[in-house]
Design a protein around this ligand. Structure first.
Ligand SMILES: [Zn+2]
Length: 577
């Protein structure tokens, strides 16, 4: 353990109000923990429905089956790394609480352990990161930055040391103090030990699998953990899932540092996560037809032609998969339904991006959460239109829409940059809002052109409206939740969403709905195309707040779980074998 790490850990423990019985923190010390209050924890725990998620093992080729336990172990490494990134104390707290739960069998400790598992620390991701154990605020920058570093200090440092700009803004470095300097430390150095464990597991899996593309990706990613250069393995990941004989390969694996949501200071630093999945060949083939239409969708965007971006990659594949196991960023709080990677604009320029949809997770959420929500919040005449087909299609179109629109920017002073750098802390909410509204916009366009069936029109509106309430329940402190409340407020103001004060239920004006979606899509695209940070902040200030009628509707959803807490039964069995 480096000296700075000792200092940070000691400072963090002091901040957290946790004391160690020994004089210095380290393995084997015991935290002094107050017994948790069961009743308040029960309420938070009930927000997650326990579900079992599995995949039929009969569909797995024997050599892939041999690779899976290694991949699950590599994923577990990503989980441990994510916990280290999320907070300085989470891992140790989890260990101490689990020990008490095991020793006493007491329900309060068990529920606390579950909640810490769900949120990767003692802060409720559904409740603005409010602490549910202890009183200390979650560090906005996780452990990516020194705990006492401010945004202003970081920006001052870069201004005074332009040679440090690239390494400081890298998604694959942490920022530390060295004397009175700030320094960027590569992930390969900071997380060396755990990354070596993961790399070893990936190479074993590569040796076991019969899928050449998969083995190539796994070895490239193992190399990236040591070199800190992720470009080659991101490129190899784009080729994954094609298979050796022109059929989708059985395993589709995603593992490494990816999303920046955990870095709430700058949205710069990537968090570790892993998805171990098996492709759904029938759905993948059906949906891949859409990937040939990306240029047509870009051309149809409701924005000035000069902002359209046809160079962003045209052969973006779409995968529909079923999850065997997940860990890290994606497993914390709300479970990912679909994603679009990689985020590296250089890879997206060369190869586009790959959309991965997690179908078995989506089905579990639809029946467990969205249907019960719709029954409470929608006007009765919309209920028959809420369906899994529209839900699945909307998720697909959301992911496709992340890959449309501006990515690279040229600023008026000639600087070349990217949308996420310019939009800073507003980027995630703006980008998610863009993907949602364009998801509907593109669906309606594909219905107009006959690619999608007409009956999907009404089902898309009703299912989208119910989905807003599902997402807003995540809390508006998180990018997806904020994005959804922005959509609600904009569309309500526009006259697209209607509210009956008598029943408290919500409906749609179909004509205004299509217009409102187009107007909001244009607004998001213009903010991105112009790199309009002040415009983004103004929009969020105007539309990012929770209105009374939505708060009242959310109060009536108290009995409906907010998300699922999956148990991956096949993974558990494979690890036990
Ligand atoms: Zn998204």
């Amino acid at each position: 353990m480096g000296k700075w790490m000792m200092l940070i850990l000691a400072a963090a423990l002091a901040l957290a109000g946790l004391t160690c019985r020994a004089s210095a923190p380290g393995r084997g010390d015991r935290m002094d923990l107050t017994k948790p209050d069961l009743e308040s924890l029960r309420v938070r725990r009930a927000r997650f429905a326990d579900v079992e998620i599995t995949v039929d093992p009969a569909r797995i080729a024997p050599e892939d089956r041999a690779a899976l336990p290694h991949l699950i172990r590599a994923a577990q490494s990503m989980g441990r790394l994510f916990w280290r990134q999320a907070s300085p104390t989470g891992t140790e707290l989890r260990r101490e609480v689990a020990a008490r739960a095991d020793a006493t069998g007491d329900e309060a400790w068990r529920v606390l352990r579950d909640l810490i598992d769900i949120h990767a620390g003692p802060w409720d991701r559904l409740d603005h990161d409010a602490p549910f154990y202890g009183r200390d605020a979650k560090p906005s920058g996780g452990t990516f930055y020194p705990p006492d570093m401010t945004v202003a200090e970081f920006e001052r440092w870069i201004a005074a040391h332009p040679e440090d700009r690239e390494s400081f803004q890298s998604g694959f470095t942490v920022i530390r103090r060295s004397g009175d300097r700030l320094v960027a430390v590569p992930y390969a150095t900071e997380y060396r030990d755990e990354l070596a464990v993961a790399a070893d597991a990936l190479r074993r899996a590569a040796d076991a699998t019969g899928d050449t593309a998969l083995a190539t990706y796994l070895r490239a990613r193992a190399d990236a953990f040591a070199s800190n250069e992720y470009f080659d393995s991101d490129m190899a990941w784009m080729d994954l899932g094609i298979g050796d004989r022109g059929r989708p390969s059985a395993i589709d694996m995603t593992l490494g540092p990816y999303e920046v949501y955990e870095d709430k200071l700058f949205n710069l630093k990537t968090a570790f996560e892993a998805f171990v999945t098996l492709t759904d060949p029938v759905e993948t083939e059906k949906l891949a037809r859409l990937s040939g239409m990306l240029d047509a969708l870009e051309a149809n965007l409701p924005i000035d032609d000069r902002h359209k971006n046809f160079a962003r990659g045209t052969a973006s594949p779409i995968r529909v998969v079923n999850v065997v196991f997940t860990a890290g960023d994606t497993a914390a709080g709300v479970q990912t339904l679909a994603f679009n990677l990689p985020n590296d604009e250089r890879v997206r320029q060369a190869k586009g991006s790959k959309k991965v949809m997690l179908k078995n997770v989506g089905e579990a959420k639809f029946h467990g959460i969205l249907e019960p929500i719709a029954a409470v919040v929608l006007v009765p005449q919309l209920l028959a239109d809420v369906g899994f087909d529209a839900y699945f299609n909307f998720i697909l179109m959301h992911e496709i829409s992340h890959g449309l629109g501006p990515g690279f920017l040229s600023l008026p002073d000639g600087t070349q940059t990217t949308v996420n750098l310019v939009l800073k802390e507003t980027y995630s909410a703006i980008e998610e809002c863009k993907a949602d509204t364009l998801g509907v916009y593109n669906t309606l366009h594909l219905i107009d052109t006959g690619f999608l069936p007409e009956e999907l029109r009404a089902r898309t509106g009703a299912t989208y409206l119910a989905g807003l309430f599902r997402s807003v329940r995540f809390g508006v402190g998180e990018a997806h939740g904020k994005s959804n409340i922005m959509q609600y407020n904009f569309l309500k103001t526009f006259g697209a969403i209607t509210h009956d004060p008598g029943t408290g239920r919500f409906g749609l004006d179909p004509a205004r709905f299509a217009e409102g979606i187009q107007a909001l899509s244009r607004r998001m695209l213009e903010i991105q195309a112009l790199g309009d940070l002040e415009g983004a902040r103004a929009f969020i200030a105007e539309f990012g707040g929770m209105p009374d009628e939505v708060a009242a509707a959310l109060d009536r959803l108290g009995h409906v779980p907010v998300d699922i807490r999956p148990t991956y039964t096949l993974a558990r069995r494979l690890l036990a074998e």
